[in-house]
Design a protein around this ligand. Structure first.
Ligand SMILES: Nc1ncnc2c1ncn2[C@@H]1O[C@H](COP(=O)(O)OP(=O)(O)O)[C@@H](O)[C@H]1O
Ligand SMILES: [Mg+2]
Length: 457
């Protein structure tokens, strides 16, 4: 990054400033008194933590006050968003919301603005992407117009910070960090130096004023936040917003959170009136059908504090090319290859030479090994061309020796399965047998072979 270094030449005798080095001062006539002084280069990406009197002082931890006790979190009135944030916006925090174009970031934030304004906060929504009338138009459609929601179309960060002085917002929204530039550094908006400089100024503003700042960040084609990785280190929380375009489902989760868990999942549906939270995500992720289908297995995965039911689908077919393909949507191909090898070695089910397609319905990603057994059973069901029982939910991590390993929080997953009408649970053996709700049949298995026998009884 180009740093502007300014030099000046001054006479040590009379203080006269000259345009360059001279042997003799042009003002007082003294010889060899002109010296060069270099101004420290401006530091556009230096963060000023706070103007409070606690910066730089060492405190005994028992005497230091807890932030959340003195300054409670601010809720956005969007429950799913508040939960992902860890219970609302923290005083002086900087949150980055990333996601692909058109997924609904501006919509989400404008709706959050409305909730904040209704809760007595003044919100400044600064956009470098849309004109004030375009934002107003969207706000009308979302029912987000409010006396305390202020709109600003601006791309210069210094002007935005200036505007906060006269309008004293309680929350500042920046849409998006890639369209804003700073005078302190060179280059086009969106380049690495600009993003760092803009973010540093916004962090300094948030930390010194206590006003939470939410910034939108674009993501590149491969799903990474555009800009320096450093950006993610600088901010307090990074939320990622993505989803299944075709089904209008949107998922919000924290990939970093200094003030909360990174496990929570918020689920929304995009409608003509904006995003509406989905109360029962399990119902949204399950395929609506009455009979069991060949190649499908339901499992319960934990998303933060909530268990969620979802369906894993598999399809096997002859591989014409000789090198069989593994195509996964929402599942890990390396994990699938391992499960195929386990099926071959420990269950006598040879599928390694087939093309295998695995799909997680609803656009979710399987992140837990607890879903192994469901993937394995879905593959086996497709291979045998036999459906699994329609009321079956399978849980379990699969080990290389064909053993099933216990999974955490079986009882919560069982309760969710029961709630949605699944009455047979295939679970790994655990030291303590979980308590099944009334009407649920618990089938405990130690190995993959036992699970296959029980499932295709
Ligand atoms: N007038 C409209 N009527 C219905 N849906 C709309 C309208 N305008 C935008 N949307 C929905 O909102 C989405 C764009 O959301 P937006 O918040 O602008 O995304 P982002 O800020 O992430 O690029 C569109 O993909 C569309 O589904
Ligand atoms: Mg937008």
């Amino acid at each position: 990054m180009a740093k502007k270094v300014k030099s000046s030449w001054t006479c040590t005798e009379c203080g006269n400033t000259t345009g360059g080095w001279f042997g003799r001062c042009t003002s007082c006539g003294a010889w060899n008194t002109i010296v060069e002084r270099t101004d420290a280069p401006s530091a556009p990406d230096r963060v000023v933590l706070s103007q409070g009197d606690d910066v730089g002082r060492v405190f005994r931890s028992t005497h230091a006050e807890d932030e959340t006790k003195t300054k409670p979190r601010r809720t956005t009135s969007i429950r799913e968003l508040d939960r992902v944030l860890g219970g609302g916006l923290v005083h002086g925090s900087v949150v980055l919301v990333g996601g692909p174009p058109g997924i609904g970031k501006s919509t989400l934030l404008l709706q959050a603005c409305a909730g904040l304004a209704a809760g007595d906060a003044t919100v400044l929504y600064a956009s470098g992407e849309e004109s004030v009338s375009q934002i107003a138009d969207r706000a009308s459609r979302l029912g987000a117009k409010h006396e305390r929601l202020l709109l600003l179309a601006e791309t210069r960060v210094e002007s935005i910070v200036e505007a906060t002085k006269s309008h004293a917002p309680d929350v500042l929204i920046i849409d998006s960090v890639q369209t804003i530039y700073s005078d302190l550094t060179e280059g086009l908006p969106g380049n690495v130096g600009q993003i760092r400089a803009v973010t540093a100024q916004l962090i300094s503003y948030a930390k010194s004023s206590g006003v939470p700042v939410i910034m939108v960040g674009h993501v590149t084609k491969d799903g990474q936040l555009a800009g320096p990785r450093l950006l993610e280190h600088m901010v307090d929380a990074v939320l990622s917003f993505d989803g299944d375009e075709a089904r209008a489902l949107r998922m919000l989760r924290a990939t970093k959170n200094r003030f909360g868990s990174t496990q929570e999942l918020g689920v929304f549906e995009m409608t003509g009136d904006g995003l509406s939270p989905i109360e029962n995500p399990s119902e949204a992720f399950l395929t609506q059908r009455d009979n069991a289908a060949t190649g499908a297995c339901v499992t319960s995965t934990l998303e933060g504090s909530r268990p969620l039911l979802l369906e894993v689908q598999a399809l096997l077919g002859p591989s014409p090319g000789g090198s069989p393909r593994r195509t996964c949507v929402g599942a890990d191909p390396a994990r699938l290859a391992m499960l195929l090898a386990v099926l071959d070695r420990h269950a006598g089910l040879f599928a390694v030479d087939q093309d295998v397609f695995v799909n997680v319905a609803g656009g979710l990603k399987l992140t837990e090994p607890a879903a192994d057994l469901a993937v394995l059973l879905a593959v086996a069901s497709s291979h045998k061309r036999a459906p699994l029982p329609a009321d079956l939910v399978a849980l379990g991590e699969v080990g290389l020796t064909g053993e099933l390993r216990a999974v955490p929080r079986v009882e919560a997953r069982m309760a969710e399965s029961h709630r949605l009408g699944y009455s047979t649970l295939l679970v790994p053996h655990a030291r303590k047998r979980p308590k099944a709700p009334k009407g649920v049949r618990l089938v405990v298995c130690r190995t993959v072979a036992e699970a296959l026998d029980a499932a295709f009884d």
